[in-house]
Design a protein around this ligand. Structure first.
Ligand SMILES: [Zn+2]
Ligand SMILES: [Zn+2]
Length: 254
């Protein structure tokens, strides 16, 4: 099974480079609904811009509860309501996701949490350290170093034998190397080149810890204007970038 990874949104919170906020679309085989890694506030526009149907998405993994990573969820849910979606939607995020999502929905669209819908929205809260199996995906989370009113997560998702790790936003922590250990793809924040900024990952951090990173491929995202002008030592994402990860054949004997 191959996985198509589309960076619908590859930007930071502030529209640097005219990019949409974090929204990474994963399309597994034909029998499995697409997934998102993060759903920033601009994600409905980003998905449609990339020609991707928001109504198909089965699961959204949320790295942390900042607006540029989860602020698109109310729009995704309301779009499903108005387009008469029937397929269930799972939101998997850090502890606290359920409450923050409800508060955000009521703030943006009062009464929306009580609206009747034809589809079920389930929130699963991911505890760091415990593998979670849902909808054909094995998800693992590590605690990131990024204050956001709830624990922020570094994610590792495995679909049909293909492993994708995603840093979300975080200062360097050894958990990044653990989450990305021998992954097929590491999607890494590279907010700044080398300027000391708290709570975020810089190109310099990745270069410094290169020996620890054993992922087969690294793609940078969440870049500020400062970073966008630099000669990155890794592949960089842009809005609309789509790559295909080859599936791994299953090993006999487990
Ligand atoms: Zn961010
Ligand atoms: Zn953040």
């Amino acid at each position: 099974m191959t996985i198509t990874v589309t960076f619908a949104g590859s930007g930071d919170a502030f529209g640097s480079g005219g990019r949409f906020q974090a929204c990474i679309h994963l399309r597994p085989g034909a029998n499995q609904a697409p997934l998102l890694l993060d759903c920033g506030a601009t994600s409905l526009t980003a998905l449609r811009h990339a020609g991707l149907d928001p109504g198909e998405i089965g699961t959204v993994f949320v790295s942390h509860l900042h607006g540029d990573h989860f602020g698109g969820l109310p729009f995704l849910i309301l779009d499903g309501q108005f387009s008469r979606r029937t397929a269930p939607l799972v939101i998997a995020g850090p502890p606290g996701t359920s409450q923050r999502l409800a508060t955000t929905m009521e703030c943006l669209f009062p009464g929306s949490t009580r609206a009747r819908r034809r589809f079920e929205v389930t929130v699963a809260e991911l505890s760091p350290g415990t593998p979670h199996d849902m909808a054909g995906v094995r998800a693992q989370a590590w605690e990131a170093s990024h204050p956001s009113g709830a624990p922020a997560l570094i994610l590792r998702v495995e679909l049909g034998g293909t492993v994708i790790a995603y840093t979300g936003d975080t200062a360097w922590t050894p958990a990044i190397a653990e989450a990305a250990s021998r992954a097929d793809l590491l999607i890494a924040e590279a907010y700044y080149w080398d300027k000391p900024v708290p709570h975020h990952l810089r190109h310099a951090d990745l270069a410094e810890n290169e020996q620890e990173l054993t992922a087969r491929r690294v793609i940078l995202t969440h870049m500020s204007a400062d970073m966008l002008d630099r000669p990155a030592a890794y592949e960089t994402a842009h809005d609309g970038l789509a790559i295909i990860l080859p599936g791994r054949s299953r090993r006999w004997g487990g």
